[in-house]
Design a protein around this ligand. Sequence first.
Ligand SMILES: [Zn+2]
Length: 163
Amino acid sequence: MACGGRLATVREEGRLRLRCRRCGWTFYNNPVPAVLGIAERGGRVLLARRAAPPYAGTWDLPGGFLEAGETPERALARELREELGVRALAPRFIGFFTDSYGAGGMPVLAAVYRVRLAGEPSAMSDVSEVRWFPRRRLPLRGIAFPAMRRALRAYGRGAARLP
Ligand SMILES: [Zn+2]
């Protein structure tokens, strides 16, 4: 890639990868880490409507991608402050899922935390609306990311850990 050579698909360790024919550089397609928060209050879960592509208008868990040097907990606190205008308290890790993001299908590794919110969340940044849904009646059809939909289905049924 860096040398401008053409890429070829190769099979290695049971996976298909792209490799430069000239210099041997390999595209491993490593996932990007993300962090998501499940905030629950009185049996209701907070979802955020996406204001921007991909999947603008669908429901989503608040959160986002880690930045360099951040721990997941720091990233979660930053994202919830940016998107909801609230502080995230007592984050508790409950599981991972993998998904893909955007038109290119960028692989994502999402770490999910249960979290308490200090204050009333409001829609900010790339969120157009926030709403509390009963845990057992989450709008699963309105959630665009397949693995997030599965994770929230399990969570809505009472799973304490994901997946
Ligand atoms: Zn190359």
